[in-house]
Design a protein around this ligand. Structure first.
Ligand code: IDP
Ligand code: MG
Length: 133
């Protein structure tokens, strides 16, 4: 069964939206495989977002995702990678459809509540970073 990696970012946890996000994934038919609350080190955040290392927003992104606890999870289901991306909505909440998590709860691109892997290969890479056992 396809797996994907999801992180509820610190703004999502701070706004008490973790349960709402998980509810939406589960309602869609995705199954929780692993989950924990954790606070990321800068090193782990930099590794996770390595593809963006040369972008102007990289420093702000790392600062944000290390600013408080996050919920880390592996979700399973048919087409799980694409299903989570659709449920999350477009990267910039101003472009996200109402009905998506980002479209319903956010306005800011850095504080856009959730992360979902963008491909099966990246899901496996990210699962390897956050769930080593
Ligand atoms: P994604 O989270 O939808 O996969 P990515 O392009 O992989 O989007 O970017 C990773 C994260 O970096 C985004 O979720 C967002 O928080 C932040 N980000 C992306 N583009 C920008 C930007 O242009 N300015 C500020 N932050 C950005
Ligand atoms: Mg991405």
């Amino acid at each position: 069964m396809e797996q994907t990696f999801v992180m509820i970012k610190p703004d999502g946890v701070r706004k008490n939206l973790a349960g709402e996000c998980i509810r939406r994934y589960e309602a869609r038919g995705l199954r929780l495989h692993k989950m924990r609350l954790d606070t990321l080190t800068a090193e782990i955040a930099q590794e996770h977002y390595g593809e963006h290392a040369d972008k102007p927003f990289f420093g702000e992104l790392v600062k944000h995702v290390t600013s408080g606890p996050v919920v880390l999870m592996i979700l399973e289901g048919e087409g799980a990678v694409a299903a989570v991306r659709k449920t999350n909505g477009a990267t910039n909440p101003l472009d996200s459809e109402p009905g998506s998590i980002r479209g319903d709860f956010g306005l800011e691109i850095t504080q856009n509540i959730v992360h979902g892997s963008d491909s099966v290969a990246n899901a496996q890479r990210e699962i390897g970073i956050f769930f080593k056992t």
